[in-house]
Design a protein around this ligand. Structure first.
Ligand code: ADP
Ligand code: MG
Length: 186
């Protein structure tokens, strides 16, 4: 039941996200990025995990540049069999297409356990205002973030915030959702 409901929501929201033009994705992503870099979650994070925007996810270029400018250390995820591992990235040139074609750092890049990150920036398919998150359905973030004390910040276009996403026992909620229109603190 719940799984079917999640699957329907995933299909609907992924469809909506894919229908947004590239220009719109760039323009809205800049607004999301500007909003996020003005938060205390960003200011307080010395070691921060980002992600590389893929398939019309919110793009993180502005956040990357601003974080580098402020001397923060950045980490990007790699898909592992179990979940995600985070590796230090100093230049976006260090990313190359890996699992599912998503640009990833190499295993040679120094890795950092999620417990030692201050803030983890997370993409998603949809969120609700309780911080429930719908991903691609593989549970990678759920597995990886279940024990971390890092602040979990989701980036989303405002249409990705929906009324209700069913939570299952393993689902990890995010602490904050930043969209082009608002910041939702859970
Ligand atoms: P997503 O979060 O990507 O939307 P789901 O929450 O539907 O995906 O989870 C997908 C699968 O991942 C589920 O079958 C679930 O059993 C598995 N999963 C999630 N978290 C864990 C975990 N901590 N340990 C083992 N399996 C997990
Ligand atoms: Mg989940």
């Amino acid at each position: 039941m719940v799984i079917a409901l999640k699957e329907d929501l995933r299909r609907e929201l992924l469809g909506k996200r894919l229908s947004v033009s590239h220009e719109e994705v760039c323009a809205l992503s800049l607004l999301v990025g500007q909003r996020f870099v003005a938060t205390e979650e960003f200011a307080d994070a010395e070691r921060m995990a980002l992600y590389c925007g893929f398939k019309n996810e919110v793009l993180t270029d502005h956040i990357f540049s601003e974080a580098k400018r402020q001397g923060k250390t950045l980490y990007y995820p790699r898909v592992d069999t179990e979940g995600l591992t985070f590796h230090r990235v100093d230049s976006l040139k260090e990313l190359s297409p890996g699992s599912h074609d998503i640009p990833e750092p190499s295993t040679q890049n120094h890795s950092m356990p999620p417990e030692e990150l201050h803030c983890i920036v997370i993409p998603g398919v949809a969120f609700d205002i309780r911080g429930a998150r719908l991903g691609y359905g593989k549970g990678y973030y759920d597995r990886t973030l279940k024990d971390t004390g890092a602040r979990k910040v989701a980036l989303a276009f405002d249409f990705q915030v929906v009324d209700f996403i069913p939570l299952q026992s393993w689902d990890v909620r995010v602490d904050c959702i930043v969209t082009e229109k608002r910041i939702i603190r859970v």
